[in-house]
Structures are given as C-alpha cells and as structure tokens.
Design a protein around this ligand. Structure first.
Ligand code: GLC
Ligand code: CA
Length: 574
C-alpha cells in the first residue's frame, strides 16, 4: 500500500513537472495585440527611466590613486547626461575591507575613504538630481564583512545584543546536518559554534531567521524572533539614512535569500514592510532586487527584479563557451545563427505574464558579475542589435558602464577583491580617450585598480563622440527613442509576433493604446524571409532606427525580409 502510494506521488510530481514545462511553451504567432496595459504602482520617474550602472572603482579617478572616486562621477555627470539616461545604479561605495569589491560592508553609514566622503556622496546625489538624473545605491542586506563591529560582537562568547544577528550553530564541532555543512565555517573564534556564510567565507549571513526552523536545532530562530526584528529595524534605518541624503532608491543584493530554508517565502513579510515604509515615507524611492525570480520579487513588493540566473539567460547574449545546465552554448545574438530565442522567451514570458501589472523585469545584458557583451570579436553591428533589444523590451533597462562604447571583456588573470574568473575582465577602467591610462587616471599605470585595455583600437568616448556611426551615438539614439515613445515605456504591452525554436529573426510588438512599435531583430549572418500574422500597411510604418529590414505584402500575407545582421524599429498607429 505504502509503496503504491509512493509511486502515485512520484507520478503526480512528474506530471506536474511536465505540465509546468508545457505551460511555458507557447505558440507566439497566435498572440493578439490589444494596446491595453495597466501601470504598476511605482514612482512615476521610473516608467520611462533608462539606468546606467557605474562601478565606482573603475569609472573616473580624480586624485591619481588609481581608483575611481565619487568626485570622478560628479565630473562625468555631463557625459552621463549626454547619453540620455535618467538614472544611475551605483555599486557599493561603503566602508569595507574590499575582499568582495565592497559587497563586504564594515560600515553601512560610511563612504569608503578611497571613494571620498559623505559630503561627496551628498553632492553627487544633488548635482545629479539637478541634471535630471536619479541615483539608486547598492544595498547589501544579506551579509556583512567579518570586519563589521556587529560581527565582532556576535563572535564574542559573552552574550550581547548582537549574538543572534548572525546565524551560528551552538557547537563548533557540529557536523550533524550534511545539508548545511558546507555553508558553515568551523572554529572561527572563541564562540562555541560555526557561522553561516552567504557568499565568500568572509561574508557571514545576517540572521533573518528560518522559514521552517528545525526543532532539533534551536539555534535556527523563527523569522519573528525579537533579535531578528531588531536587525530588521536597523536595516530600515540604514535605508532611511541614504534616502534622507538624497538617494532615490536601492538595488538590493541577493534579496530573495535572506530567510533560510524558506519554502513559504516568509522573506516576503520583511520586504513588504520595507515597501510600506517607502510608500508612506519615501514615495519617490524605487527598489530593484537581485532575486532573479520576478514572480516572487513582485509579490514581495519590489518595483522591479533583475532576471538573470535562469535557464535560457546564458543563451541570450552571454555566450557561454561551455554547455552547462544554464546554457546550450550558443547565444541568440551571435552571427553563427545557432541561438534559440525561445530558451529565453519561454521563461521570460512566464514571469512577464504574471507580473506585468505589478512591477518590472530588468534584463541585465551586462553588469559587474557578467561577461561583457563585447567578447570574442562581436562587431559594432552585433552590439547595436543587442542594445536595440535591451531598449525595446518591457521593464526597466540598465546599461553597464562602458557597454555604450563597446568596451571589451578583457583577459585579466588577477583575482582582485574577489573578482575571480570572468568578473575581473568586466570591471576594467572606463575608456575616456587616447591619453595615458585611456584617460581614466593620472596615476602610474602600475597603480591602476585594473589595467586598461591595451589594444591599439580600444574603444573610447572621445573618438566615438566624433563619429556619427559609432556605437556610442547609436546607443544615444536608441536611448532617446526608448525614453520618448509611449509604446516603449516600461509598462506598454509586449507581444511576441515571431519567436520560434532555433529560428531567426525575433519579432515583437510593443503597444500602448493606438500606438505600436514593431521590432525585428536578425543577429544571424543569413538573410531571412518571414511570414507574420499581422495585418499592417507597410506604407504607414515609420522607421525609427536600424536598417536592412523590409516589410511587404504578398497577396494577403505580411512578409518581413531581413538582411543578414540587421534590425529595425518601426512605428505605426493602429
Ligand atoms: C551579488 C553581487 C556580487 C557579489 C555577491 C555577494 O551577486 O552582484 O558582485 O559578489 O552578490 O554580495
Ligand atoms: Ca581616486
């Protein structure tokens, strides 16, 4: 009896799995365009915002110590403004021993001296705002550095108010739970117990409690334990501090993983409380999570979520060289034409459909953890098609510094500040001009945070500024289109029109009321002729950007002809 019950359960699970998978496969050619949308509750300024991500250590160095600084960002505000972006995400600039490039904070209230002072941060926020640019800052609520005074107090064997602020087992020799063993550091200090980490060994997890505490392990506190509640209040205080200083919100690191063993998503309660605080005290503040599961992030009150660590993402433009569980090893945006847009789209659409009335998905085409999109010889045309995709998809777009000029992924062997493997090569200094250190710093080259691109043709701002066909100027144009067309706003309807497994091009429509934008992307090095189920009068279509795409009628059929490596953004009215 027991055995057959087990078999039935296995079968049911299997069917549920197949079903959920099947749910994700769609016939996109059957979708209808309505022009209807509802606007998620979010600060008005983010609906048309284009963000620019700045890694402070490598943007611009004003005091020749080889490390970028806040004054450097202030000096470059006019350039940032010239891109047409309206907001900045600034990576961590807090006091830190920098074992993970500042994601290991030792004082949440202080600017790291290498970046400047509190005064500089204030000035940066207010001077940017005066130019119409808002700044959101990185917030790392999941862990601190082992150098944080809270952790030092917590590691003290004598009980004190911080004892429970981190997750400690109650015995240093604890080995009972294989499931968690690898997450714990053994015998770190005189306190009898091991602490749990979130990322590197020096980033102990702050204690938000356990969703399902195991009664056999009383050190697993419930989510409403008074010490957990105290920590939560402190984190809200930190957020208020930066908002009061002029920040416009936060990018929130590893937001979904704070409560441990949390099948019922108890973490939601904390974030909903934060959202309530923002709605009442700081209604202009915007929060975007690094959760990578928009359905959960929006239910937890986030305005937006970065959607990356999922199957299909690496097949979009990351170009993983090895096949792995996340990737088939081919990017859709490569000329070889072996990509599969449905790997991305099925997953994306599943989340989009569920969250479009609640918040926004941000697709991180590049950031400080990812390989730069310009790697292994991508051309300016390839990169422009990727930008066109980023800037025409629904949600809030983020451009990683340097991607607007096509900075390359560099082969950096040095594992500086936890930038292991490919992360280092995506964090090299911004390339401003042809002067020494490519204009990033007046320091001796040996003192630079990372070396600059040594290639003779390293892309740089000064040269691209003067070339109307440069990636920089093309990106500016795309940003301008993105920010002015109503049907490209974050919330406007998104309807795939042609998206088929292993096929090119990818065609979709964005729609708001009677306005339409039709986007055709053919990154493959092969011309295509595609029949689409859309009755539009080609003569009424206005080309906003791109070329090499022709829309025509053959009898009653609408045909899209795409040249190799081409894209187009058309506008029309229904
Ligand atoms: C996030 C950050 C990454 C950091 C990690 C730990 O993924 O983007 O750079 O190392 O969190 O904080
Ligand atoms: Ca400096």
């Amino acid at each position: 009896m027991k055995k057959s019950l087990k078999r039935i359960m296995v079968l049911v699970c299997f069917m549920l799995y197949i079903n959920s998978y099947a749910q994700m496969e769609r016939d996109y050619s059957k979708f209808t365009i309505t022009g209807k949308y509802s606007i998620p509750k979010a600060p008005a300024w983010c609906q048309n915002a284009v963000f620019y991500q700045i890694y402070p250590q490598t943007y611009y160095d004003t005091n020749a110590d080889g490390i970028g600084d806040l004054k450097g960002i202030i000096e470059k505000l006019d350039y940032i403004k010239s891109l047409g972006v309206t907001a900045i995400w600034l990576n961590p600039f807090y006091e830190s021993p920098f074992r993970d490039a500042g994601y290991d904070i030792s004082d949440y209230y202080k600017v790291a001296p290498r970046y400047g002072t509190t005064e500089d941060a204030k000035n940066l926020f207010s001077m940017a705002k005066a130019k119409g640019i808002r700044i959101i800052v990185d917030f790392v609520p999941g862990h601190t550095s082992i150098d944080h005074p809270w952790f030092k107090a917590s590691a003290d064997p004598k009980a004190n108010p911080y004892s429970n602020w981190y997750i400690w087992t109650n015995c240093t020799w604890f080995k009972g739970m294989d499931k968690y063993k690898s997450d714990f550091i053994q015998g770190y200090c005189n306190r009898d117990g091991n602490y749990m980490t979130n990322f590197f060994w020096h980033q102990p997890a702050l204690n938000y409690g356990w969703g399902n505490p195991d009664p056999a392990h009383p050190w697993q506190l419930p989510v409403n334990h008074p010490d957990v509640m105290n920590l939560r209040e402190e984190l809200k205080k930190i957020m208020r501090h930066w908002l009061d200083m002029g920040a416009s919100g936060f990018r929130i690191d590893m937001a979904g993983s704070l409560v441990k063993n949390d099948p019922d998503q108890k973490i939601k309660e904390f974030w909903l409380e934060v959202r309530k605080m923002l709605d009442t005290e700081y209604p202009e503040a915007f929060i975007v999570s690094e959760w990578s599961y928009p359905i959960n992030a929006m239910n937890a009150g986030f305005h937006a979520d970065f959607f990356h660590w999922f199957g299909g993402f690496n097949d979009l433009c990351q170009r993983e060289t090895k096949r792995n569980q996340f990737s088939e090893g081919h990017s859709f945006f490569d000329q070889e034409g072996k990509g599969n847009i449905t790997n991305f789209l099925n997953n994306f659409y599943y989340h989009y459909n569920d969250t479009k009335d609640k918040g926004y998905i941000s697709i991180p085409i590049g950031n400080h953890d990812l390989i730069r999109i310009n790697n292994s010889g991508r051309t300016v045309n390839d990169l422009e098609i990727i930008s066109a995709f980023l800037l025409t998809m629904p949600g809030v777009p983020f451009i990683y510094y340097g991607d607007e000029i096509g900075m390359r992924q560099l082969d950096i062997k040095e594992c500086k500040e936890g930038a292991y493997y490919t992360r280092a090569g995506a964090r090299t200094p911004m390339q401003w001009d042809k002067t020494p250190n490519l204009g990033f710093s007046k320091s001796d080259a040996s003192k630079l945070y990372f070396p600059v691109d040594a290639a003779a043709d390293a892309p740089n701002v000064a040269e691209e500024n003067n070339d109307p066909n440069s990636l920089l100027n093309k990106t500016r144009k795309l940003i301008q289109i993105r920010s002015t067309e109503k049907s490209l706003s974050a919330y406007a309807e998104f309807v795939p029109v042609f998206a088929q497994e292993n096929q090119y091009p990818f065609i979709y429509v964005r729609a708001a009321d009677k306005e339409r934008i039709l986007v055709v992307l053919n990154p493959a090095n092969q011309g295509k002729k595609t029949k689409i189920d859309l009755s539009i009068n080609p003569k009424k279509m206005k080309l906003l950007a791109g070329n090499g795409i022709k829309i025509s009628m053959e009898g009653k059929e609408t045909i899209v002809s795409s040249d190799p490596v081409s894209y187009a953004i058309f506008k029309y009215t229904e």
